[in-house]
Design a binder for this molecule. Structure first.
Ligand SMILES: Cc1cc2nc3c(=O)[nH]c(=O)nc-3n(C[C@H](O)[C@H](O)[C@H](O)COP(=O)(O)OP(=O)(O)OC[C@H]3O[C@@H](n4cnc5c(N)ncnc54)[C@H](O)[C@@H]3O)c2cc1C
Length: 547
């Protein structure tokens, strides 16, 4: 589109929008990681998805959904409780597009069992691409798909809900879930006095025939317009998991009373509520007293998605930085051709190339876990380590990506400011950094042999890579120390780096060597670009990152 000129000047030396691109095809490290982990057959499907989500229309939906944040409608004009949250139509459109592609359910078959094949890997590629455009709506998307793992503890309920969860329709109507074309689910665990320590939950569940009445509160309960929530509450036998629908079986609205919506740093298109339950109707999921064991099945999957989404946010930062610096000239030379900018961009490209290889390797372990004990052990030990490393690296990475665009990166019209504000949340929720490190220690102490086998595998897969032998020895030593908790961040970071090098070695051995040289053999500097890569490697990394 040609714009009318300004009276005083012409606009030049600015980059065009990074829109109407196929977000799958322009991403060689993604395509190679998908193929290396079993998803090669989905190339066409993923390219169609990448084209759609890379369109200017989807970018506009993402922007508008975040500019027009959800509104809590506590009461109607006559003073009756309403407890509804209104979202902008753009948010609903994003939900509908994700649901249409099965991002909320494609890892399950019609019975709620793992779909098998490379379902996890293919869906992860979609989640990664969608996260580059809009992450707020992915909260109910991830929770819906993850809820199936917890519902498995209650087979009769799973059988009833699966026909509605399993459709690719998004139905935003405020109506009882059995009557809907599709449904979404959320979770309520965190209370004012404790989020990590859910054993301190005070919300009470009292038996009422086959069902329960729940009274208490939740301090964070996101995506409040979900059709049902998996909620933790104290029953006679201890902390238990419950299915709490928005409507009671008689068709009246359940006593789920929203107090306020959180005013959040990022994640603004998504609502996160503070809520009271006043004798709310619910049914049990799994046995009484086994609430944590039941809901942790769900949490394991949302943790996986946190890592995928953080990698997606970083990828978007890199793509925008590369795109901009290829158009923008400073001192008569494109920024992308200036040696110091190349050092920054290529070092960032190496981080992303490794992150996506690692995340896809993790998803392969989810695909294989149901019938492969070593994949199951990898999944259990490394999900918290990978969530820790990938998610915690995102804010620093996005800050650097923003800086590549100069002042333009810092303003809200561009997507990077939004990505930057979004980036800390994946490390904070679903188990914060320290909690992930403690989880790795717990997995190591509970499954000594299986964990040792995973470490041995990583040692074999990284054999010959610079610094790998020392990293394996360091990790094993640190985890054996009586004060292992004190050094858990050191050890878990090293474990994640080893797993990352191993995962990348399967996709691109040369880049695994670069990664190991700059991250395992030496400690990576605090800033991107503070490395000494050869010219050919710099060019290779940048060409792979964006053609
Ligand atoms: C945007 C957003 C949406 C959310 N949505 C939901 C939702 O839908 N449902 C829901 O249930 N919750 C939700 N949460 C809550 C979130 O999961 C919790 O905030 C998180 O689990 C941390 O709990 P907390 O806030 O109580 O912090 P705390 O548990 O008090 O932890 C504070 C810090 O202490 C660290 N820590 C904890 N234990 C230890 C230890 N033993 N040793 C060392 N360090 C430790 C933690 O890593 C953390 O950094 C949401 C949070 C946010 C920010």
């Amino acid at each position: 589109m040609t714009q009318a000129p300004f009276a005083t000047h012409e606009v030049f030396n600015q980059s065009p929008p990074f829109e109407d691109v196929d977000l799958f095809t322009v991403d060689t490290p993604l395509a190679e990681a998908v193929a290396a982990n079993g998803g090669a057959a989905a190339e066409k499907e993923l390219s169609e998805f990448g084209q759609h989500w890379g369109s200017a229309a989807m970018a506009a939906r993402g922007r508008v959904a975040n500019e027009n944040t959800p509104k809590l409608r506590t009461f109607d004009s006559r003073g009756n409780r309403r407890d509804e949250v209104e979202f902008h139509p753009a948010y609903h459109e994003l939900m509908a597009h994700s649901a249409y592609a099965g991002v909320h359910n494609s890892t399950w078959n019609a019975h709620g069992e793992p779909a098998g094949g490379a379902a996890e890997v293919v869906r992860a590629a979609k989640f990664y691409i969608a996260a580059q455009v809009e992450t707020g709506h992915l909260c109910p998307i991830t929770m819906t798909r993850a809820s199936v793992a917890a519902l498995a503890a209650q087979p009769d309920l799973l059988a009833k809900t699966m026909p509605v969860i399993g459709t690719r329709a998004y139905d935003p109507s405020f109506a009882p879930w059995p009557a809907k074309r599709g449904m979404t689910l959320g979770m309520g665990m965190t209370e004012k006095q404790g989020g990590t320590d859910v054993r301190s939950n005070m919300t009470r569940a009292t038996r009422d025939g086959d069902a329960y009445r729940i009274t208490g509160h939740k301090w964070f309960m996101s995506a409040p317009m979900c059709d049902a929530f998996l909620v933790l509450a104290q029953a006679d036998q201890g902390l238990s998991c419950f299915f709490m629908p928005r409507f009671k079986p008689d068709g009246t609205v359940n006593a789920i009373q929203f107090q306020r919506l959180k005013d959040k740093l990022g994640n603004r298109s998504n609502a996160s509520s503070e809520v009271e339950f006043v004798d709310a109707y619910a049914t049990r999921v799994g046995d009484e007293g086994k609430g944590i064991r039941t809901i942790i099945q769900m949490v394991q999957l949302t943790r996986q998605d946190c890592a995928i989404a953080s990698a997606g946010l970083m990828r978007s930062g890199l793509a925008h930085a590369l795109h901009h610096t290829r158009y923008r000239s400073v001192f008569q030379k494109h920024l992308a051709d200036q040696p110091l900018m190349q050092a920054v961009l290529s070092d960032m490209a190496l981080h992303i190339e490794t992150s996506i290889a690692l995340v896809m390797r993790l998803c392969r372990s989810f695909d294989r876990a149901p019938h492969d004990p070593s994949a199951a052990a990898y999944m259990r030990l490394l999900t918290p380590a990978i969530k820790y490393w990938v998610c915690k690296s995102a804010p620093g990475f996005l800050y650097e990506a923003m800086e590549c665009l100069g002042g333009n990166g810092y303003v809200e019209e561009g997507i990077l400011a939004r990505h930057y504000r979004e980036s800390p949340v994946n490390a904070i929720w679903e188990g914060s950094g320290n909690v992930m490190c403690l989880d790795v220690l717990r997995a190591l102490s509970r499954e000594v042999e299986a964990a040792a086998a995973v470490l041995q595998h990583l040692a074999d897969e990284t054999k010959g890579l610079p610094g790998a032998t020392e990293a394996v020895a360091f990790t094993a030593r640190a985890f054996r120390r009586p004060d292992s908790e004190r050094v858990a961040r050191l050890a878990v970071e090293k474990l994640a780096l080893l797993a990352a090098a191993a995962a990348l070695n399967e996709v691109s051995p040369h880049h695994a060597e670069l990664f190991a040289r700059t991250r395992l053999a030496q400690t990576h500097a605090g800033m991107y670009g503070a490395v000494d890569l050869a010219d050919g490697d710099i060019r290779g990394l940048l060409a792979r990152a964006l053609p």
